[in-house]
Design a protein around this ligand. Structure first.
Ligand code: AHR
Length: 568
């Protein structure tokens, strides 16, 4: 790792200037500022937007050990369960107030027939499915909805656009959302019960599922059909031209967006979509951006064994999420008067090669270290800083997969460091994001010599190398509660062996106190496992008394911190 000297110099200059400015206001402040390596200034007067609670969302796919064993253990299992769903999965998702769960894929979705997963379990057909799996269809639509109900989250269904006709899409909506009893005919005929609602009731759920968030296909440039943007636009329009509606709220349809930073896909997609003046059926654009564990190959590198250089390189490449978000926000080109399309980053995370899977049948399962916790903090901060653009984001995937919060094998279960970051970031959910300026020494990415591999399961692309990693990054938000305004600041210090003493100030206000938690470990390779489920967990942050309305706080090496700041 090399400190970027010019940034360092300009930082020191900024720090000196601040120190002299502060000197005018009191000697205590000058003393504080002189000790600081970095500075964070929070600007409550510069609101960004409300942080959508749905950016902390989740994703489960019929893949390896995600559904079978991870989520679904069956009603007769000796593993504690609620109607067949692993209890530890439900409890963990509840503990982080998981807002939305995406299912059934991923690539699996585009060869899945939702009708195979309804009706008596012992009569459901077993099928050969994506990932070359045999699926018993034991876990289907009703089991998924019960999972969502048990968690208290909303369902997000990925519809099959590649191998089912548009009729199956709108009938899936009908099956999920048609009310029980007589449905008004909206014609001269009397209302009659809807046949699909009756079938749903016969299968155990009289009450409609009321699914409003629908992915129209998945990765249609790859496993979802190898389409061009123009071909996909035509399919998208056909699928969404008419769909049943039982509410005044329009359904939220999400179109397949780019792989990584493929702006060409998005630009052409919108051009093709807008070639027809009917635009009202598009709510969101899906984005998939994975960070490979290897600087030169997609879905490679080891989850547990990595050098310091690889650590910095991975976090630098993860930070590209901000560029991906901004590039696609521009490409969506929301014009006044046009429907405002939001970004839905429905797959993100660090994707490593084989080597740390729970067992061979747990395809794509991987271990997760402090490095992944830092990536999580960096990513959530990017979504929070861009809260006017990103409406939904789903980490891939919640359990037994790529960037998981939980790993489970039969009775054994533990949460990863990534889970702890999700929990620590809860105070930001639904709060007002405000701009915060970070001034800190940058880190030069030691491996920024070659284009960056990006991809998903079915497509590989590349991005220009990125040379610098922010030496301190984060975001700030303000929430109102019964005690007044609560300011939350989250901060990632990516330096492996350097703590960063930082002066935190709030423009136009004084800090009266702060509390918080910190996730840090002696070694960035540290992780939890079945034998050591609590090896990595957050602790209360040690926070000094603010002086002159400012706080001098030391962020430990390789840490994620959230501070809750009370203003005077
Ligand atoms: O999350 C694993 C896979 O990654 C998904 O099925 C697919 O959408 C992506 O390529």
């Amino acid at each position: 790792m090399a400190q970027n000297s010019s940034t360092r110099r300009s930082f020191l200059k900024a720090s000196t200037l601040t120190a002299s400015a502060l000197a005018l206001r009191g000697p205590g402040l000058l003393a504080q500022s002189a000790q600081a390596d970095a500075q964070i200034e929070i600007l409550p007067g510069e609101p960004i937007a409300t942080i959508s609670p749905e950016i902390y969302s989740h994703f489960i796919e019929h893949l390896g050990g995600v559904i079978y064993d991870g989520v679904w253990v069956g009603e007769k299992s000796r593993i504690p369960n609620v109607n067949g769903i692993r209890k530890a999965f439900i409890d963990t998702m509840r503990s982080i107030k998981a807002p939305v769960l995406r299912w059934p894929g991923g690539c699996f979705a585009d060869s899945y027939d939702w009708r195979d997963g309804i009706g008596p379990r012992d009569k459901r057909p077993a099928r050969t499915a994506f990932w070359n799996q045999q699926d018993s269809n034991e876990y289907g639509l009703h089991e998924f909805m019960r999972t969502c109900r048990a968690i208290g989250c909303k369902p997000y269904l990925a519809a099959n656009l590649r191998t089912l006709p548009g009729r199956d899409f709108y009938q899936e909506i009908e099956y999920c959302n048609a009310p029980a009893g007589n449905v008004p005919s909206n014609s001269a005929a009397p209302g009659v019960p809807n046949a699909l609602a009756a079938q749903r009731a016969a299968n155990g759920d009289i009450t409609p599922f009321n699914v409003d968030l629908w992915g129209v296909g998945n990765e249609s440039w790859g496993c979802g059909g190898n389409m061009t943007p123009e071909e996909y636009a035509a399919e998208y329009r056909r699928f969404t031209a008419w769909t049943p509606s039982y509410s005044n709220e329009p359904l939220r349809f999400v179109a397949v967006g780019p792989n990584g930073d493929d702006v060409d896909w998005t630009t052409r997609l919108f051009k093709a979509l807008h070639a027809n003046p009917e635009q009202r059926h598009l709510w969101g654009l899906s984005i998939h951006y994975y960070t490979s564990g290897s600087p030169s190959q997609f879905a490679a590198g080891d989850a547990l064994k990595f050098s310091n250089d690889e650590f910095y390189d991975l976090l630098t490449r993860a930070s590209i999420m901000e560029r991906v978000v901004n590039d696609h926000w521009k490409a969506v080109d929301n014009k006044p008067g046009n429907p405002q399309v939001k970004l839905v980053v429905d797959e993100w995370g660090a994707w490593y090669g084989k080597g740390t899977e729970l067992a061979p049948q747990y395809n794509l399962s991987q271990q997760s270290t402090m490095r992944d916790a830092l990536l999580t903090g960096i990513t959530l901060d990017i979504f929070q800083r861009n809260s006017e653009k990103v409406a939904v984001a789903n980490v891939a995937q919640s359990i037994n997969c790529i960037h998981s919060l939980m790993l489970a094998q039969e009775e054994k279960f533990f949460v990863t460091p990534t889970y702890h970051v999700f929990k620590m970031y809860l105070p930001h959910s639904g709060a007002q994001a405000v701009r915060a300026e970070f001034t800190a020494p940058t880190i030069t990415n030691p491996l920024a010599g070659a284009p960056i591999p990006v991809g998903g399961n079915s497509y590989i692309g590349s991005l220009d190398a990125v040379k610098a990693l922010a030496g301190l990054s984060g975001s700030a938000s303000i929430a109102e509660n019964s005690n007044g305004k609560l300011l939350t600041l989250s901060v990632v210090n990516p330096h492996i062996d350097r703590s960063i003493t930082t002066e935190v100030a709030v423009r136009g206000a004084s800090i009266s106190s702060a509390k918080g938690s910190v996730l840090a470990s002696h070694d960035v390779h540290d992780h939890n496992d079945f034998a050591h489920p609590d090896a990595v967990k957050p602790t209360a942050a040690t926070i000094g008394h603010p002086s002159g309305g400012r706080l001098l706080h030391t962020f430990p090496p390789a840490s994620v911190t959230t501070l809750q700041i009370t203003l005077a």
